[in-house]
Design a binder for this molecule. Sequence first.
Ligand code: ZN
Length: 161
Amino acid sequence: MSVETLERSIDELMSDYLAGACPCRFPRFRATVGRDITALFGVAEYTNPEQEQLIARFDARVALTGRSPTRTGWRGFCARCNGEIVREDIEGEREPASHLFITPGPAPDVGAPFEGAIPRVYGFYPLGRAAPSQLVVAQLNAAYPLMSEEHWLAWMRARQR
Ligand SMILES: [Zn+2]
C-alpha cells in the first residue's frame, strides 16, 4: 500500500469522523495523534506516515476557535465539540514531528474505546540524520504492533457499540 493511497484513505476516515461528530470524540484517534515517541526514547524524535497524515488532515479540516500561538505550535478549541486542542511541531534535523493532544469537551465519545498499545501501519522514521540503531528499531516495533492498513482503518473507524 502506497503512502498516496494512505493519504486518500485517511481523508475518507476524516469525512466519516466529521459526519455528525468530530475526530476529537474518537478515543483511538486521540491516542494515535498524541503518540509521543520522544517520551519512550528521549534522545531522537521519530514519527510515522499515518500519524503525520492524521494530523495534517485534522489541521486542514477541523475548525478551531480561540486559537493562540505557543512556544512550539498553537492551541485552541474544536469549533464542534469545544475539546481543547494542543498542537506542537517538534523540530527535527530534517522535518518536524507533529503531535496533537486533545482533551475531550463535554460531548460523550462516539468512537470505540482505546486500550492497550497504539498500532501502526507503517514503520517509524527518524527526523534527524542519524539512522536509528537496530535496538531502537526493535523497541519501536515491539511497542507499537504492526497492523494492515485495512484492519487499522476499521480499528480507527469503529464506533461505540
Ligand atoms: Zn471536536
